[in-house]
Design a protein around this ligand. Structure first.
Ligand code: HAM
Length: 410
């Protein structure tokens, strides 16, 4: 039997209402913060991601679904949206039309990671990107936006972690310092971290290896080596979060896995979903637009994993149970009335949700089906009523019945 590809999953009708509910909440809150939806293609030229996310990142170096298409172009299924949003902004000169572009998205993403609970190869993100301002108010707004969505979804067991990666010059100085600090220890690091020591040293803080963690315990922290401008920016973000009453923790080891960040980075981390606990991650990327299109447009954004959030909601028991419901079920009392039932159903479906029996089931079985589907009303076609040009309409809430004229059904 052919099965879905490892790390992908079907979203079945029994789950779809949870997705609709989540998407409605996301859209409503995005609207109240004045973010407008953007939809970009599922695949892009590979170099957009390698240039945007960074060659040395896990995503680009080992997780992308990349292939050469029939016109010999290297294309990649999008592993994240930020690079695509920036590409669209530049391509359509949105930055020239509006000083500030506030955009949101809900979309599938693709990363060839090792699948486990909360980690898939096709997964879905919702996220937001604000392009055009360096104001710390936007950093705070972005964090509050993510926080409010998770809260509105009913989640409470999560923390907001924030950090600052500063500007590249102070980060470069710090990286040298970290290199020096680790110089004698490199040989004791895990194989992965030895590679990262050369290519992406900040990610050493993310290592799950115990030996690495022990070595990193006393490492100097970037936040202690930031320049004044970066510190001031970070301070303002914290002040605004405090003023808005958003609880947060400063986590100096929060480095994030994508290369484009400057200044504020953040994650909303769940205590309800096991090891893949980052529900949402983001940060400021003031240099990315320039890197991709040589125009200076600062940006900040976040993305959240929908499967992980739904898992957290399930574990926190905040998924509302959804009972099926339709407006009408039409019961056919005699076989000969199949066509009439079909005609009435078609008319009723102009304004109502309607179902009827397509097989030749007994009246009892049809009533059972009406109950299973959560019909609010059952319309019975047949018998003497039909001869009189009427039908019995049963209200399933209170069991009451009335006789109605077939000609008046609409
Ligand atoms: P990210 O941290 O790579 O950031 O992903 C954001 C969120 O997507 C994660 O916190 C997680 O919930 C979810 N996620 C990532 N990979 C998987 C996976 N394999 N399976 C299930 N869920 C996953 C970004 O993607 C950045 N573009 C965020 C951003 C926007 N930064 C600035 N703007």
């Amino acid at each position: 039997m052919i099965k879905a590809i490892t790390g992908t999953k079907d979203i079945l009708p029994s789950e779809i209402q949870n997705w609709y509910n989540l998407e409605d909440i996301v859209k409503n809150i995005m609207n109240s913060f004045n973010y407008k939806e953007i939809r970009t293609p599922i695949f892009e030229e590979t170099r957009l991601f390698s240039r945007g996310i960074g060659e040395a990142t896990d995503i680009v170096s080992k997780e992308m679904y990349t292939f050469i298409d029939r016109s010999e172009t290297s294309v990649t299924l999008k592993p994240e949206m930020t690079a695509s949003v920036v590409r669209a902004l530049l391509e359509h000169s949105l930055d020239k039309q509006f000083q500030l572009n506030k955009l949101f998205y809900i979309s599938p993403m693709f990363r060839q990671e090792r699948p486990q609970a909360g980690r898939f190869r096709q997964f879905h993100q919702f996220g937001a990107e604000a392009l055009g301002s360096t104001s710390p108010a936007l950093d705070a707004e972005m964090i509050i936006l993510a926080y409010q969505i998770l809260k509105k979804l009913g989640l409470s067991n999560f923390v907001v972690k924030i950090n600052s990666l500063g500007i590249p010059s102070s980060r470069e100085n710090y990286k040298n310092l970290l290199k020096e600090f680790l110089a004698d220890e490199v040989k004791n690091l895990s194989e992965e971290s030895q590679k990262r020591y050369e290519t992406n040293i900040l990610r050493l803080f993310d290592s799950k290896d115990e030996r690495d963690q022990k070595i990193m315990e006393n490492a100097p922290l970037l936040i202690e080596h930031l320049d004044d401008e970066s510190l001031e920016h970070f301070d303002e973000v914290k002040q605004m979060l405090l003023a808005a009453g958003i609880p947060f923790e400063v986590d100096p080891k929060l480095v994030r896995g994508l290369d484009y960040y400057t200044h504020t980075t953040f994650e909303l981390v769940s205590g309800s979903v096991g090891s893949q606990s980052a529900l949402c991650g983001g940060g400021r990327y003031d240099l990315l637009v320039n890197q991709l299109g040589e125009r200076d447009v600062p940006g900040i954004g976040f993305a959240a994993g929908i499967e992980r959030i739904l898992l957290a909601m399930e574990n926190e028991k905040v998924i509302t149970e959804i009972k099926p419901q339709i407006d009408f079920y039409i019961v056919r009392l005699e076989k000969e009335l199949n066509k009439k039932v079909f005609e009435i159903a078609t008319k009723l479906r102009e304004n109502n949700s309607v179902e009827f029996d397509y097989t030749q089931r007994s009246v009892k079985a049809q009533m059972r089906e009406a109950n299973r589907l959560g019909a609010k009303k059952v319309l019975m076609i047949g018998g003497e009523e039909y001869e009189r040009g009427t039908a019995v309409l049963k209200n399933m809430d209170d069991g009451s019945q009335e006789e109605i004229l077939l000609s008046e059904i609409k």
